[in-house]
Design a protein around this ligand. Structure first.
Ligand code: NCD
Length: 316
């Protein structure tokens, strides 16, 4: 198993072997999580701190469960009540926590690049749980695991990523990962929500769901990320659903065995019809959540192994 990373900051830094190592180990943790005693001690004695400067349900809960199932001491910093509210900077907060000798620091931050910056200042493994519109590596890994288990492979699949691509770190990390694993990616969305230069990323770009979804194996829907929008990107939610919302008619253009994915949180009736999201024959949205715990266990396990191999700095 080859995994030489000391942090998990983005898919950008991983090669296909790293990705496969995480997914293979995650498969093993799926089995553990389905057994009655969901316990291992690979992180016993290690301290994991979760710092979420942005709202989260799935990511924070699954990082916490993942750490606990592996025996780590897990602490969730309540950022709303921390000294960040008194004006302390991200770096000062991180240095303060670093002085308490954590081994794993899980960080979500609204600014792109903030987690990479923080990783330079601390001497523990840092996992990016989403930074601005930049990267969300564990989301792309859990999506990849879900796809691999449903389709049996990651290469030569046609995968459509639909909706608000411009503001989405999930889209960015998925484009990087699926490209590295040799899938064919189509981006579908209104031109106002398509990042400038998307056509140069080795993907196909569509502004029409019917054409873009034709014969795809995977349909990945994205939320309209209004918190990152500073103007009118769509005429109305009703109009958006009509043109880009996934319903039975639009899904009919994909392959009959195409799976439907969504990272959550979902806005039913905006980017996806509730009946599609709940259709257990097509939607793998709950599987994605299940895979999220396993992937985070695998990522922390692999990083912890490298942590122990790093020699202590020698002080003169
Ligand atoms: C995503 C995120 O936070 O980037 N959610 C998640 O982690 N499951 C997507 C989103 O917020 O729309």
């Amino acid at each position: 198993m080859t995994f030489r990373q000391t942090h998990l900051l983005g898919i950008e830094h991983l090669d296909p072997q790293d990705i496969t190592a995480i997914l293979d180990l995650a498969d093993h943790y799926v089995d553990l999580n389905r057994s009655p005693l969901k316990r291992s001690d690979v992180l016993a004695g290690l301290t994991q701190i979760n710092m979420f400067f942005e709202n989260s349900t799935r990511t924070q809960a699954s990082f916490e469960i993942a750490g606990k199932r592996l025996g780590a001491d897990v602490m969730n910093m309540a950022m709303q009540t921390s000294s960040v509210k008194k004006g302390e900077t991200l770096i000062d907060t991180a240095l303060t926590l670093n002085a308490m000798h954590p081994d794993l620091l899980v960080v979500r931050h609204p600014m792109s690049g903030a987690v990479n910056l923080l990783a330079e200042k601390v001497n523990c493994a840092v996992l990016n749980a989403g930074d601005g519109r930049h990267e969300h590596p564990t989301q792309a890994l859990l999506d990849a695991l879900t796809i691999r288990r449903a389709k049996g492979r990651l290469h030569r699949l046609n995968i459509a990523i639909c909706g608000d691509i411009a503001h989405s770190r999930v889209a960015r990390s998925n484009i990087l990962l699926l490209g590295k694993m040799e899938s064919r990616i189509r981006l579908i969305g209104p031109p106002t929500l398509m990042p400038a230069g998307a056509a140069d990323w080795g993907v196909e770009v569509f502004d029409d769901m019917k054409a873009g979804l034709r014969d795809v194996d995977v349909v990945m829907m994205l939320r309209l990320q209004k918190e990152r929008m500073d103007g009118g990107f769509i005429p109305s939610e009703r109009e958006y659903f009509h043109r880009f919302g996934l319903d039975a008619e639009k899904l009919g253009h994909a392959r009959p065995d195409a799976i439907v994915m969504h990272p959550g949180p979902m806005n039913r009736g905006v980017e996806i019809d509730g009946t599609i999201a709940d259709d257990i024959n097509r939607s793998v949205i709950q599987e994605q959540v299940e895979m999220g715990v396993a992937v985070r266990m695998a990522a922390m396990d692999l990083l912890a192994r490298n942590l122990r191999r790093t020699p202590e700095p020698v002080h003169a």
